[in-house]
Design a protein around this ligand. Structure first.
Ligand code: MIC
Ligand code: SF4
Length: 640
C-alpha cells in the first residue's frame, strides 16, 4: 500500500461520499468531529442555525465567549445571553465569559489526536498542535457543520516542514512560526496543509506546537499539524484526558508536495514589524527602539509555560512600560496562582487582564497615539489595536519580557530560564453542558434588543449592472473590510454594523455611497489586488457588503476563508484572467456583468471594453450564487 502522510491518514479516515482522496484543488467532503464558535462570530452562526430550522446539532459543538467581553452597555451581555440560551436549545456546550480564549480552552478540553474540526474563527488551526485537522471557516459553514456533521473544502496540498536541531535558550516557538512567515509569506500557505515533523518537532511541547500551527493562519494556510508523541500524551494526561491519546505519524516514505527544512538551532529572536505579520526581521536589528506598551497573551502565546518564563524574567524587577497580560484560560490563571507567579507579576507592575482576547481584537488595551506596542499576538494589521497611528510589532514572550524591563526593543539573554512545575488546574466545571433533547425543546432562547434577525437577500439577476464603489490595493484584510475593535458589539445587528463599520477605516464615505447606489437600483462592485480578504474568518466581511448592495468582488487573488464567505452570501468572487487588467479599472467606472452562464466564459464590460475573468468559485457553487446565498439554498433542501 502507498505510504501515507499524516494529513492523508486523517482525511481518509473522515472521508464522506467518496472512496479516495481527490486531487488538490478538487472539493473534499469530510466528517467533522467538533464544530465551535466564539461570541463575535457565534451569534450569526446561531441565527443561521435557527433560520435553517435545525433542532439539535450533530457533532460535539461548543460556543465560547472570549472576544466581546467589555460589557459597556447592553449589547455584549445580550449576545452572551443569546449564545447561552441558543446553546441550551441546540445541544451545544457553552463556555461562559472568563473561561478562556476559544482555541486555548478548546485544546485543553476537547481536541485529541486524529480529530477533525471547524471553528468560526481563523485560528481554529491552533488545534493542529495536538495532531488534529481543524480549520477556520465562516459562521454559515460552521452552522452547516453543526447541522450535518460534515464540511466541504478544496483538497489541500501537503507540504512537509522538517524541523531539526533545538531552539536556542532565548528563542521560542513564536520565533519558529515567524521564521516560517519569513520563508513562506502571508499568502504562500494558500491551499496548503503544513505537516511538521523531523527530530526538532519532538523537542517542542504541545503548547509550543500550537503556537506554530496557530499562526499558519497568517500564511493563509488551510491548516497545519504536528504528529502526536509523548509530549501530546503528557498534555492530555495532565488534563485528565489520557484515554484520548493516540500515537499518529506519517508512514515511512510518505510523499509531500514540497519539503521545507528548518534548523531550529539557527533561529534567532525574530519580530514581525507593523503592519503585517509577514514583515519579519531580526530583533537585534531593532534593538534600542523606544516602546510604549507590551502585551502578552492571545490564543498564540498564553500557555502557563509562556507566562511562567515571562514572570521569571521579570522576577523582582519593575516593568518600565504599560504591560498587560491576558492568560489563555481560567485554568492557566489558577495554575499561575498555584505556582506563585500571579503575585510575582503583580509585584513587577504587570496589569493582569481577563482570560480572553482583549487587546488582540481592540477590546481595551489600546496603545497611546503614535505609540509602539510589542505584542505576543498573531496580527498587527493597521488600526487593529484601536489606535490609528500606533504601530504593533509581534514578538515572543521572552522578547516581550526583556523589552518590558528596559522600555525598548531588547534581545533576550541567551540563558536558561527554569520555571516552577505545578500541575494544571482542571476547570471543566466552568462549562455549561447540554441538557437532554426533551428538556432542550422546551428551553427559551433569549434574544435581547441587540439581536436582529438575518436579512433576506434577492436571487441573482441575469445582468448585474452597477458601479465600482471601491478600488483597493493588495493584502486587504477583513479588518480593513469589516473592522472589529469598538464595533464588535454590533456583530448581531447587520444593518448597524454595515452602516457604521464597513470599509470605515479605508473610506468613511463608503457605506453611505453604497446605500444610495443600492437604493437607486444599482449593484456595487469592489476591485482589488492580491490576497483580498486575508486574516479573520468573520463572515460579516461578506454579509455587510452584501447588505450594502455589493454583488461581485473582482481581484487578482483571494484568501481561502473569505472566498467561501462571499459565496455563502451571494457575492460573486472573480479574479482577473490577466492581472494587468486591474490597472484598466477605476473607482466610479460603470460595469455590466452578464451572469446568465456562470459556468461559461466570464467577462466584465467596463466602459465599453471586455475584461476576461476567471471563476474564484467552484462550479458546485453556482446554484448558491443564483439563489442569492447559501441560507436560501439550504432551507429549500434540509429535512432535519
Ligand atoms: C481575529 O483574530 O481577527 C478574530 C477576531 O478572532 C477573527 C474572528 C472574528 O472576527 O470574530 C478570526 O480570526 O477569525
Ligand atoms: Fe482572539 Fe486574538 Fe486569537 Fe483572534 S487572534 S481568537 S482575537 S486571541
Amino acid at each position: 500500500m502507498k505510504p501515507l502522510n499524516l494529513v492523508e491518514k486523517i482525511l481518509s479516515d473522515h472521508l464522506l461520499e467518496a472512496d479516495a482522496l481527490p486531487a488538490p484543488g478538487e472539493l473534499i467532503k469530510i466528517k467533522i468531529d467538533e464544530a465551535f464558535t466564539q461570541d463575535a462570530t457565534g451569534t450569526m452562526c446561531m441565527l443561521q442555525l435557527q433560520a435553517m430550522g435545525v433542532k439539535r446539532v450533530k457533532p460535539l459543538s461548543v460556543n465560547f465567549v472570549d472576544h466581546s467581553m467589555l460589557q459597556s452597555g447592553f449589547r455584549n451581555p445580550d449576545d452572551h445571553e443569546y449564545l447561552r440560551t441558543a446553546a441550551a436549545k441546540l445541544g451545544i456546550i457553552f463556555s461562559p465569559p472568563g473561561t478562556g480564549i476559544c482555541h486555548f480552552t478548546n485544546m485543553e478540553n476537547f481536541v485529541s489526536p486524529g480529530m477533525t474540526g471547524v471553528g468560526a474563527d481563523s485560528h481554529t488551526v491552533n488545534a493542529g498542535g495536538a495532531c488534529a485537522i481543524y480549520m477556520g471557516a465562516g459562521g454559515y459553514d460552521v452552522a452547516l457543520a453543526m447541522a450535518t456533521g460534515a464540511y466541504t473544502m478544496p483538497m489541500p496540498k501537503v507540504v512537509k516542514v522538517n524541523l531539526t536541531g533545538q531552539l536556542q535558550k532565548n528563542c521560542m516557538a513564536m520565533d519558529v512560526i515567524l521564521k516560517m512567515l519569513e520563508i513562506v509569506g502571508v499568502k504562500g500557505g494558500k491551499g496548503i496543509i503544513f505537516e511538521y515533523g523531523g527530530p526538532g518537532a519532538g523537542t517542542l511541547s504541545l503548547t509550543e506546537r500550537a503556537t506554530i500551527t496557530n499562526m499558519g493562519a497568517e500564511m493563509g494556510a488551510t491548516t497545519s499539524i504536528f504528529p502526536s508523541d509523548g509530549n501530546t500524551k503528557s498534555f492530555l494526561e495532565s488534563r485528565g484526558r489520557g484515554d484520548a491519546y493516540k500515537e499518529m505519524a506519517a508512514d515511512e516514505g510518505a510523499e509531500y508536495d514540497r519539503v521545507i527544512d528548518i534548523n531550529l538551532s539557527e533561529i534567532e529572536p525574530l519580530i514581525a514589524i507593523y503592519p503585517s505579520p509577514g514583515n519579519v526581521e531580526k530583533v537585534k536589528a531593532h534593538a534600542g527602539t523606544k516602546i510604549h506598551q507590551v502585551c502578552i497573551g492571545s490564543c498564540t502565546n498564553s500557555s502557563y509555560e509562556n507566562i511562567a518564563v515571562f514572570a521569571e524574567t521579570l522576577k523582582g524587577k519593575r516593568v518600565k512600560v504599560d504591560t498587560l497580560l491576558y492568560p489563555g484560560s481560567r485554568s492557566v490563571s489558577m495554575q499561575l496562582a498555584d505556582a506563585g507567579y500571579l503575585k510575582m507579576l503583580f509585584q513587577s507592575g504587570v496589569r493582569i487582564m481577563e482570560n480572553g482576547c482583549g487587546a488582540c481584537i481592540g477590546q481595551g488595551g489600546s496603545p497611546p497615539s503614535k505609540g509602539i506596542t510589542l505584542r505576543t499576538f498573531n496580527r498587527n494589521f493597521p488600526k487593529r489595536s484601536g489606535t490609528d497611528d500606533a504601530q504593533a510589532h509581534l514578538i515572543s514572550p521572552l522578547v516581550a519580557a526583556a523589552s518590558a524591563l528596559t522600555g525598548e526593543i531588547t534581545v533576550p539573554a541567551n540563558v536558561e530560564i527554569k520555571i516552577n512545575v505545578v500541575p494544571p488546574v482542571i476547570d471543566t466545571d466552568s462549562f455549561i453542558m447540554p441538557v437532554p433533547p426533551e428538556q432542550a425543546e422546551k428551553a427559551e432562547v433569549i434574544m435581547g434588543p441587540n439581536i436582529m434577525l438575518l436579512p433576506d437577500f434577492d436571487p441573482l439577476p441575469e445582468n448585474v449592472k452597477g458601479e465600482v464603489l471601491l478600488r483597493l490595493e493588495d493584502n486587504i484584510s477583513t479588518d480593513d473590510i469589516q473592522p472589529a475593535g469598538t464595533f464588535l458589539p454590533l456583530r448581531s445587528n447587520v444593518k448597524e454594523y454595515a452602516m457604521q463599520a464597513t470599509y470605515q477605516l479605508v473610506d468613511k464615505t463608503f457605506a453611505k455611497r453604497a446605500v444610495a447606489h443600492r437604493d437607486a437600483g444599482g449593484y456595487g462592485f469592489i476591485v482589488a489586488g492580491e490576497n483580498y480578504g486575508q486574516g479573520s474568518s468573520r463572515e460579516h466581511a461578506a454579509l455587510c457588503p452584501r447588505w450594502l448592495g455589493i454583488r461581485a468582488v473582482v481581484v487578482k487573488t483571494f484568501a481561502r476563508i473569505h472566498v467561501a464567505n462571499l459565496v455563502n452570501f451571494g457575492i460573486i468572487p472573480l479574479t482577473f484572467k490577466n492581472p494587468a487588467d486591474y490597472d484598466k479599472i477605476k473607482q466610479g467606472d460603470t460595469i455590466n456583468f452578464n451572469t446568465s452562464d456562470l459556468a461559461g466564459e466570464l467577462a466584465l464590460e467596463v466602459n465599453g471594453e471586455k475584461i476576461p475573468l476567471e471563476r474564484a468559485f467552484d462550479l458546485d457553487h453556482i446554484q448558491t450564487l443564483k439563489a442569492g446565498g447559501a441560507l436560501a439554498q439550504f432551507k429549500a433542501t434540509y429535512n432535519g
